[in-house]
Design a protein around this ligand. Structure first.
Ligand code: UDP
Length: 341
């Protein structure tokens, strides 16, 4: 039986990769996006890679009438929610914008799921909920620490909204996936990360520096208590991460869930320093990056990486692509963008 998965925010970086993997795994995918933070590059890429005209709704998930209409017109077996604002710094300056958008949109999805008599809901959460954990690696049982930004707070609140809705409303099942640092691009180089303006994240900043769009990469802090003084993160390949969603949807649609609400870390389990990543990028792609050490960035934690073993035990998912392949794919994507300007 064909199953339909709605991907909110499916034209964005993670949503587009997830849409490709779901479609290639045999699901009918519907993409909905308000296009407020992207153009149609990734949507077109999804259609090209899959060879399918993926149904597309341009809509704002904060508009309850539009969400209800969508749920009434399509039979949705599972919904994956990505449609959210994600800039940490902006969320500090504009907290209400973040609370309104990120909470209302998810509340409407949960309401529509309830009105439909139930649905399987996958929420895209983040390792940010752990803050600076005192014990590493973090497991799903590690405590959530108070969020340090409104953005991080919306992730915690949405997790709780899902947990409470699952407990209260019959037919709703939910899984939160806590992503570590997703990087890289699809091997076709037809979809990837498309930051608007100056990138906040490390890998797009690296690739834009390598291509000459940025003059110099600042490495924020080299006096952390880590082996080389720079921060440690768990960089997870975007295609591996997308595949975790296929496993998760299949788990929700099957009968194997241990609880109606579950949480999984999606990471590699391998800590990599900023400097190691920069040097790895140079080596794999045969180039030299212009970088300098700069002061620490406020709000950065020193080190965080996942214990991803629960996802492997429960769903048979684990990260497979090597960091070298991932860094090569990030560079291939940047070059593809430059060649198709
Ligand atoms: N980083 C950096 N220079 C940049 C962007 C990021 O040194 O231009 C560092 C940042 O301090 C952190 C790591 O790269 O240690 C990952 O940052 P990113 O913003 O990509 O993800 P985060 O872990 O903050 O979610």
């Amino acid at each position: 039986m064909k199953r339909t998965v709605l991907v909110s925010g499916g034209a964005g970086y993670i949503g587009s990769h997830v849409s490709v993997e779901l479609s290639q795994a045999g699901y009918d995918v519907i993409i909905a996006d308000d296009m407020s933070n992207c153009d149609d590059t990734n949507y077109k890429g999804v259609c090209r890679i899959t060879g399918k005209e993926i149904p597309f709704y341009r809509m704002d998930f904060c508009d309850m009438d539009a969400v209800s209409r969508l749920f009434a017109s399509e039979k949705i077996d599972a919904v994956i929610h990505f449609a959210a604002f994600k800039a940490v710094g902006e969320s500090v300056a504009e907290p209400l914008k973040y609370y309104r958008n990120n909470l209302c949109s998810f509340m409407n999805i949960l309401q529509a799921s309830r009105d439909a008599g139930g649905c399987n809901v996958l929420f895209s959460s983040s390792a940010t909920v752990y803050g600076q954990a005192s014990r590493l690696p973090v497991t799903e049982e590690s405590p959530r620490l108070p969020a340090t930004s409104p953005y991080g707070n919306t992730k915690q609140i949405c997790e709780d909204m899902l947990r409470d809705s699952v407990a209260a409303y019959k037919g709703i099942k939910g899984i939160s996936l806590r992503y570590f640092n997703p990087i890289g691009a699809h091997p076709s180089a037809l979809i990837g990360e498309l930051p608007r303006g100056v990138p906040n994240n490390l890998v797009p900043y690296i690739t834009q520096t390598a291509i000459g769009k940025r003059e110099v990469l600042s490495i924020f802090g080299n006096d952390y208590p880590t082996p080389d003084g720079t921060c440690l993160r768990d960089y997870i390949d975007i295609v591996d991460l997308a595949k975790a969603h296929v496993c998760t949807v299949s788990r929700m649609l099957g009968s194997g869930m241990e609880d109606d609400y579950e949480i999984f870390n999606i990471g590699t389990g391998r800590p990599v320093s900023v400097l190691e990543l920069v040097k790895g990028f140079e080596r794999v792609n045969g180039l030299k990056l212009n970088y300098r050490f700069a002061p620490r960035r406020p709000g950065d934690v020193t080190a965080i990486w996942a214990d991803p073993s629960k996802a492997e035990r429960a769903m048979g998912w684990k990260a497979e692509r090597s960091l070298d392949e991932t860094l090569a794919s990030a560079w291939a994507w940047e070059k593809h963008l430059a060649a198709n300007k």
